[in-house]
Design a protein around this ligand. Structure first.
Ligand SMILES: *[C@@H]1O[C@H](CO)[C@@H](O)[C@H](O)[C@H]1NC(C)=O
Ligand SMILES: *[C@@H]1O[C@H](CO)[C@@H](O)[C@H](O)[C@H]1NC(C)=O
Ligand SMILES: *[C@@H]1O[C@H](CO)[C@@H](O)[C@H](O)[C@H]1NC(C)=O
Ligand SMILES: *[C@@H]1O[C@H](CO)[C@@H](O)[C@H](O)[C@H]1NC(C)=O
Ligand SMILES: *[C@@H]1O[C@H](CO)[C@@H](O)[C@H](O)[C@H]1NC(C)=O
Ligand SMILES: *[C@@H]1O[C@H](CO)[C@@H](O)[C@H](O)[C@H]1NC(C)=O
Length: 499
């Protein structure tokens, strides 16, 4: 079991998909690299080709260009662009749902105002509910603000330009099909960029910045569609992985600058204190024999270059200091020229040994510490209710030296008057846990909309824990990547969907 878990790391996923092309057909961009081995030359082009095939538009269409009337002296939450009806010919969006795209202003970690894109999924008809004994308005849609997990770190990695919007039936399609409008920010730096030359402007894993992107997306979508959404209408925030971190940060933001209409937050598999998590992973890798190693340390360790790049995006002067020359070359001379996203990122580092990903002790750097303090979620006041969901075999560990359990305790210490519940799912991994917990979170969302908050029977518990064992959980499929449920075909290949 342990071995199959280790093989779920990004690197091994890449290696298990060895392509059948030869090095001669490689991409010209790879010639800039002096470390891209034959394996790298073989793996990377197929990653890029797959990514391009998975985009609704290659290159990104004009929607993502910054309107000339944008200035960074604008306030956040200003609407910059509205595409009322997105042409869905190149998406897998199910029949009955429709989509819009918006561009709006948000605020980055250091307070700079930036343009950000988002998609909106519209149900066929709204979910009907009774809030505080009052029936919902049948012409308005209840709202779920969705915060996506890691899609990548370069501008091409915007879920709104992915044919399946990245999470497809796992979350966004399903939530919309239950009658909720879904507003899903791409996050600053994905889709729209303010930096030239392919520089990374996305602050990956910077929860408070992502929380701004979510908050201003809600403000902006209400302005864009006043006939469909009330200005203070009810909404739930929900995210997974990177988005679980963002959702938790959003609950903390609500305690300081509340967006009206808030009903609560769902955070699935959230990384909370990233640098501590990396330290803990490296420590376990150095001290534990491979046979008794938990699921997650090798996976977290493979993310070191991605984290270092993200710190550089926030503090350019840090300049990738933690990367080895090999990692620096793979990131800046392989991935960056191609603007590769998660599928290609794993492949670009697939043949780099763990020990060569980053310099020993890199997390002791002052920029790294400063970043950790600026982006960490948990241990602060938050507005509940907050539902946290995790898998026992998740790469974001709840126990076994992980930091999630400590994060829960710290948050309840800071906000003991708020409701926080943790539910773990036996045997489930990072993406499968979304499916395993669907009964829980879908009903939780609906219950928030149907709640009577004026009732004085409400009991608030911070830190309630439970575990769902699951039927046949040892025999379920554990897809380790998000996209195994859907496929897309061109109109000429439509016959393939007749099966
Ligand atoms: C779909 O994608 C193709 C290929 O990128 C592009 O030529 C076409 O314009 C797109 N169609 C729509 C409706 O966006
Ligand atoms: C920017 O210009 C677009 C038209 O190109 C307009 O729809 C939008 O309202 C303008 N936004 C602001 C904030 O001025
Ligand atoms: C804010 O951070 C971005 C990088 O994320 C940088 O380009 C910009 O110069 C910073 N602005 C200020 C005022 O520090
Ligand atoms: C950043 O680091 C790289 C690799 O060490 C070096 O080549 C480059 O000159 C540095 N850039 C700046 C602006 O210091
Ligand atoms: C990092 O700092 C810690 C505590 O300050 C120290 O124990 C550790 O040896 C340092 N690691 C490296 C590799 O310098
Ligand atoms: C599931 O597998 C684990 C590990 O192999 C084992 O310890 C456990 O007993 C199994 N559970 C069931 C219900 O079969």
């Amino acid at each position: 079991m342990k071995l199959s878990i280790i093989s779920s790391s990004l690197a091994s996923i890449a290696l298990s998909l060895l392509p059948s092309i030869n090095a001669q057909s490689s991409l010209p961009a790879l010639k800039q690299s002096n470390t891209c081995t034959e394996t790298c030359q073989e793996l990377v082009p197929l990653g890029i080709e797959f990514e391009h095939d998975s985009h609704a538009h290659t290159p990104r269409d004009d929607f993502y260009s910054i309107p000339t009337n944008f200035t960074s002296s604008m306030k956040p939450g200003i609407l910059l662009r509205v595409e009322t009806h997105t042409n869905l010919a190149n998406y897998t969006v199910p029949s009955s749902l429709t989509m819009s795209r918006i561009m709006y202003t948000s605020k980055s970690l250091n307070g700079t105002v930036v343009p950000v894109s988002a998609f909106v999924l519209w149900p066929y008809a709204p979910f009907e509910y009774t809030k505080n004994s009052k029936a919902s308005n049948p012409t308005k849609f209840p709202l779920v603000a969705w915060a996506h997990g890691t899609s990548g770190q370069f501008v091409d990695c915007a879920p709104s330009n992915y044919r399946s919007l990245q999470y497809h039936f796992m979350t966004s399609y399903s939530i919309a099909m239950e009658g909720f409008a879904v507003v899903a920010t791409d996050y600053a730096g994905l889709g729209v960029t303010t930096l030239p030359n392919g520089e990374q402007s996305h602050a990956w894993l910077a929860g408070p910045a992502g929380a701004n992107d979510v908050a201003y997306a809600i403000e902006a979508v209400r302005k864009a569609f006043p006939a469909q959404l009330e200005t203070d209408g009810s909404f739930v925030t929900m995210g997974h992985s990177q988005g679980g971190n963002v959702a938790w940060a959003f609950a903390e933001r609500q305690a300081k600058s509340p967006v009206p209409g808030y009903l609560g937050t769902i955070s699935i598999s959230p990384p909370t204190r990233i640098v501590e998590l990396v330290n803990s992973a490296l420590n376990l890798l150095a001290t534990t024999s491979i046979t008794s190693l938990p699921v997650w340390p090798p996976v977290v360790a493979t993310l070191q270059p991605n984290i270092i790049a993200s710190i550089t995006a926030v503090y350019p002067a840090y300049n990738f200091s933690g990367m080895t020359p090999l990692s620096y070359d793979r990131w800046n001379k392989v991935l960056k020229p191609l603007q590769g996203c998660t599928p290609t990122s794993g492949r670009a580092f697939a043949d780099v040994p763990l020990a060569q990903l980053a310099h020993p002790g890199w997390t002791n750097n002052t920029y790294v510490q400063q970043w950790q303090d600026a982006v960490a979620v948990s241990g602060k006041k938050f507005q509940g209710p907050l539902l946290i969901i995790a898998g026992d075999e998740d790469v974001i560990p709840i126990t076994d030296g992980g930091v999630l359990q400590e994060s829960v305790s710290a948050s309840c210490k800071a906000s003991h008057d708020q409701s926080l519940e943790v539910v773990t799912y036996a045997a489930m991994q990072h993406f499968p846990v979304i499916q395993a917990s669907r009964i829980k979170w879908m009903n939780w969302i609906k219950a928030r909309f149907n709640e009577n908050t004026n009732s004085n029977k409400k009991v608030t518990v911070c830190g309630k824990q439970s575990e769902v064992q699951g039927f046949n959980s040892n025999y379920t499929v554990q897809g380790t990547t998000p996209n195994w449920l859907v496929d897309w075909v061109t109109p000429l290949e439509g016959w393939k969907l007749a099966l």
